[in-house]
Design a binder for this molecule. Structure first.
Ligand code: HEM
Length: 160
């Protein structure tokens, strides 16, 4: 039987974000007022099945030793009106429901947590992704029970 999952057509709902599809690799820097800053290597993978969502996986590792760090995965659900809903589950057990907007022209996606679940410290998370000259940049900010919204991660990735 023919495999219907092979090279499916892109669903119109995800077409505005099709520039994300594929595998990206790069480096990031992390910090927060309450921790020591750190650097990391990262790979992101965005794929689709022909349905109106993009599947997302992320893994990170220590640049010098290759030792695994944080990982997460989820689903990105853009809507025709320019809004987007993203669900993410993290390797730490934390789950996020993110809501926001995207601009297909400016290639910017802005997300704000609507729900952060199963978290001991985290109260709020924002994520901004931006494509500039074929390079994917993102910034993650978080608020904890002790600290207001501040940057935690900043990274840039190239398509591989
Ligand atoms: C620390 C949350 C992503 C590496 C922390 C802390 C929180 C946190 C709550 C503790 C802060 C404190 O004690 O005040 C998150 C959230 C993330 C995220 C919500 C995603 C949205 C990542 C990623 C990495 C990472 C991708 C690695 C690439 C670290 C490290 C620490 C830390 C190394 C310091 C640990 C320590 O010194 O004890 N993170 N994190 N985090 N995070 Fe993240």
């Amino acid at each position: 039987m023919e495999d219907a999952t092979e090279s499916p057509a892109i669903h119109p709902a995800i077409a505005p974000l099709s520039y994300l599809l594929g595998t990206w690799r790069g480096r990031g820097e992390g910090g927060f007022p309450t921790i020591n800053s750190f650097s990391y290597a990262e790979q992101l993978h965005f794929s689709h099945s022909g349905k109106p969502f993009i599947a997302y996986t992320q893994k990170t590792w220590k640049s010098n030793s290759g030792e695994p760090m944080h990982a997460e995965s989820g689903f990105w659900r853009p809507k025709p009106d320019g809004t987007i809903e993203v669900v993410i589950s993290q390797s730490t057990g934390l789950v996020e429901v993110q809501k926001g907007t995207y601009s297909a022209e400016e290639k910017v996606i802005k997300l704000q947590s609507e729900l952060v679940g199963n978290a001991s410290k985290v109260r709020e998370i924002t994520r901004v992704f931006k494509l500039v000259d074929e390079e994917l940049f993102y910034e993650v900010q978080m608020a904890t029970n002790l600290t207001s919204l501040q940057p935690h991660l900043k990274a840039s990735l190239q398509r591989i």
